[in-house]
Design a binder for this molecule. Structure first.
Ligand SMILES: NC(=O)c1ccc[n+]([C@@H]2O[C@H](COP(=O)([O-])OP(=O)(O)OC[C@H]3O[C@@H](n4cnc5c(N)ncnc54)[C@H](O)[C@@H]3O)[C@@H](O)[C@H]2O)c1
Length: 324
């Protein structure tokens, strides 16, 4: 298969490129390097089945050229991360909504199976965890910037499913829960890389809020395995939404303690109020747990990596980076 990955120089995209090339697929990447990095894909340059264009999604000529050769598109390019979203709400909404719109239009032209990356953020403030794909969604008001990210991704889902219903385009929606692993950057507020870096440098590990909020962390290798399997089954997965994540729940304070212990660190834990970490009136979800029954039934996928293995992997990579 020939697969176009938008946002392929990013964290998930670069791991997906590795996995698809490893199994014999051809991969093209379109990425503007806004949050991704050339370093993530540099090692692929010599592979004859790999190509890339450092371009933004709004460059429709580049998108058209790459899509015309593709059997499938994995649309990962987006403005990502809560801090970025709170800081640049207009850019976030435009990149996410106009980006998905552009990708779906081109996908229709070439009849490409299209995977659209969405997020667990669309479940919003719902307290009905574990979340299933058909659950009602409970977003906060537009006066709070952070919901602009969820709303923009939700609109992407509507656009994708509309293209499937109206034009028969095979579109699959993937709702990622917290995905972690090597190459993820802590610059935009992602909790695990931030904790690991703080612990390895012996700095206080900064927990936002009281730390009793919980999340489920899934190793990127598990997420990439799910994406590759979904690409193999367009007939089964088209028109569907799938949660992709681990269902092992951990509180943020427990996560901070595990990181400190596994990194052999002497760091202390410092609590930072949400309004200081983000903006006044910031709303966080208490729990975010996926129900993964649907994807398990469809393609037999469930995560393999434990949280301990995942943290050890990230700690080892970050330690190597720090020591140069
Ligand atoms: N990592 C997670 O836990 C998580 C959770 C939920 C959803 N997601 C979704 O998964 C996708 C990938 O996320 P990630 O964690 O790999 O983030 P990332 O920031 O590493 O990847 C996004 C990539 O898109 C590129 N990009 C952004 N805007 C672009 C544009 N206009 N044109 C071209 N390229 C552009 C960036 O340079 C980057 O390489 C995103 O759509 C994100 O919303 C990720």
């Amino acid at each position: 298969m020939h697969i176009l990955i938008t946002g392929g120089a990013g964290f998930i995209g670069s791991h997906l490129a590795d996995a698809l090339l490893d199994r014999g697929d051809s991969v093209a990447i379109l990425d503007d390097l806004s949050t991704g990095s050339f370093e993530n894909i540099q090692h692929l340059q010599e592979n004859p089945r790999f190509s890339f264009a450092i371009e933004a999604l709004r460059n429709s000529l580049a998108l058209d050229r790459l899509a015309s050769q593709a059997d499938a598109i994995v649309h990962l390019a987006a403005a990502v991360g809560v801090q970025l979203v709170v800081k640049h709400p207009t850019e976030t909404i435009e990149t996410n909504v106009l980006g998905a719109h552009a990708v779906l239009r081109i996908a229709r032209r070439y009849r490409c199976h299209t995977l659209i990356a969405s997020t667990s953020e669309v479940y919003g403030k719902s307290a009905a965890a574990p979340f299933s794909e058909d659950d009602d969604l409970l977003l906060g008001p537009p006066s709070r910037s952070r919901w602009g990210y969820a709303a923009s991704k939700l609109l992407d889902e509507f656009l994708g499913l509309a293209a499937h219903r109206e034009f028969g385009l095979p579109v699959t929606i993937t709702r990622f829960f917290n995905t972690v692993g090597p190459r993820q950057t802590g610059r935009y507020g992602m909790v695990v890389p931030r904790f690991v870096n703080q612990a390895l440098r012996g700095e206080p590990v900064t927990v936002f809020g009281d730390g009793s909020q919980s999340r489920c962390f899934c190793h990127v290798s598990d997420v990439v395995r799910a994406l590759a399997a979904l690409l193999d089954r367009p007939a089964v997965t088209a028109g569907q939404i799938y949660n992709i994540g681990s269902d092992h729940e951990v509180t943020i304070i427990d996560l901070a303690e595990q990181v400190i212990e596994r990194a052999d660190s002497t760091s202390s834990i410092r609590y930072i109020p949400y309004q200081e970490a983000y903006a006044p009136g910031f709303e966080d979800m208490r729990r975010r747990v996926p129900d993964i029954t649907k994807i398990r039934a469809a393609i037999g996928w469930s995560p393999i990596c434990s949280l301990a293995e995942t943290l050890d992997d990230i700690i080892a990579c970050e330690r190597e980076k720090i020591s140069g």
